[in-house]
Design a protein around this ligand. Structure first.
Ligand SMILES: Cc1cc2nc3c(=O)[nH]c(=O)nc-3n(C[C@H](O)[C@H](O)[C@H](O)COP(=O)(O)OP(=O)(O)OC[C@H]3O[C@@H](n4cnc5c(N)ncnc54)[C@H](O)[C@@H]3O)c2cc1C
Ligand code: FES
Length: 279
C-alpha cells in the first residue's frame, strides 16, 4: 500500500531571490536513503499545513542531515502561505517523485537552456558539472524577462566563474544581452556544438528551443524537457497530470523530445501546461 502521509520538514531559512521568488532552505527530520539518492530534476510534494500541498523541484539535493533547498515563485494561495511561514515552521514532505535529468548518457558536450524559474530544476546538474563530478562539458544560456525576474543570483555568480554562461533579458539594460535565449543559440553552437540539450522554462520556450536544436542537427532523442502539470497524488493514481498515455508525475517531469512528440501525436488527451492555464 502506498503511504501518502507527509513526513515532517523544518523551514531553516528563506530569502528573496528574484521578483516574487524566494529561496527556501529546508531540513527533513528523518531523512531516508531514498532522499539521499535524489537525482536533479526530480520533485517533492511540500505541505503547508492548512493550505494543502504542491510539487516543487529540488534546487540543492538532500544531504546526510536531510538539508536541501528549493526556489519557489509566488503564484497563489499555497505559495503565498509558504512565503509567510516563520523560520522553524514545521511543514510536510512527500518524495522524491518522478524521473530526473539523464546524467549518465554518452554526451560529452551538453547545452542547458533555461527560462525564468526554469533554471532551478537544472541547478543540480550545473552544480555537479561545475565541480567536475559529471563527465560533461556544459554551456548554459539563461533568459529572463528583465534583471528583476532573474533568479538564483548567488548560484549564477558562482557558475559564471567556471562555465560558459550567457544571460539574456527581454528588457535588457545597456550592459545586458537583449532578446530570448534562442537569439543567442548560434553563438554557443559555434563555440561548443552540443551532443545533447536539457531545457526547462515556459513550455513555449522549451518547444521553440527543441525545434531550433532539431534545425541545427541535434536529434530529438538528444533533447530533454521538463514539464509542469497540475499534480495531486504525484504517484500515478489520480490521473491529473496525464500527457497522452503517460503520467508526468511518474514518467516525467523530464521527457525526451521524441517521446514527448509521440505522446502528443498519440491521439490521447493531454492535460494543459500550467503556464498555459487561464488565470
Ligand atoms: C513537477 C513540478 C515541479 C515544480 N517545481 C517548482 C519549483 O521548483 N518552484 C516553483 O515555484 N514552482 C514549481 N512548480 C509549480 C508549483 O507547483 C505551482 O506554482 C504551485 O502549485 C502553485 O500553487 P499555489 O496554490 O500558490 O497557486 P495556485 O492557486 O495553484 O495557482 C495560482 C494561479 O497560478 C497558475 N499557476 C500555478 N502554477 C503555475 C506555473 N508553474 N506556471 C504558470 N502558472 C501557474 C494557476 O493556474 C493559477 O491561475 C512545479 C510544478 C510541477 C508540476
Ligand atoms: S498527479 Fe496523480 S497521477 Fe500524476
Amino acid at each position: 500500500m502506498i503511504d501518502s502521509t507527509p513526513r515532517t520538514l523544518r523551514l531553516l531559512e528563506h530569502y528573496a531571490d528574484g521578483e516574487e521568488a524566494r529561496h527556501f532552505s529546508l531540513r527533513l527530520d528523518k531523512p531516508l536513503a531514498s532522499d539521499m539518492a535524489v537525482i536533479p530534476g526530480q520533485f517533492f510534494m511540500l505541505t503547508v499545513p492548512g493550505f494543502g500541498e504542491a510539487p516543487f523541484t529540488y534546487l540543492s539535493l538532500p544531504d546526510q542531515q536531510g538539508r536541501f533547498s528549493a526556489l519557489v515563485r509566488r503564484m497563489g494561495t499555497l505559495t503565498q502561505a509558504l512565503f509567510e511561514q516563520p523560520v522553524g515552521a514545521v511543514l510536510g514532505y512527500r518524495g522524491p517523485f518522478g524521473k530526473g535529468w539523464p546524467l549518465f548518457f554518452c554526451a560529452r558536450r551538453v547545452l542547458i537552456v533555461a527560462g525564468g524559474c526554469g533554471l532551478a530544476p537544472l541547478a543540480g546538474v550545473i552544480d555537479e558539472a561545475s565541480c567536475n563530478r559529471l563527465p560533461v562539458r556544459l554551456s548554459i544560456i539563461y533568459g529572463a524577462r528583465n534583471s528583476a525576474t532573474q533568479v538564483l543570483g548567488r548560484e549564477r555568480k558562482r557558475w559564471r566563474q567556471t562555465l560558459p554562461f550567457i544571460e539574456t533579458c527581454d528588457e535588457a539594460m545597456p550592459d545586458q544581452r537583449q532578446g530570448s535565449p534562442l537569439d543567442h543559440l548560434d553563438e554557443l553552437f559555434a563555440a561548443q556544438p552540443p551532443d545533447a540539450v536539457l531545457c526547462c522554462g515556459p513550455e513555449s520556450l522549451m518547444l521553440a528551443t527543441a525545434e531550433a536544436c532539431l534545425q541545427r542537427g541535434i536529434a530529438a532523442d538528444k533533447i530533454w524537457l521538463s514539464l509542469e502539470r497540475r499534480m495531486h497524488c504525484a504517484d500515478g493514481l489520480c490521473g491529473h497530470c496525464y500527457l497522452g498515455t503517460s503520467y508526468v508525475c511518474k514518467d516525467g517531469p523530464t521527457y525526451r523530445y521524441d517521446r514527448y512528440l509521440q505522446l502528443q501525436a498519440s491521439g490521447y488527451p493531454t492535460s494543459v501546461a500550467l503556464d498555459q492555464q487561464p488565470c
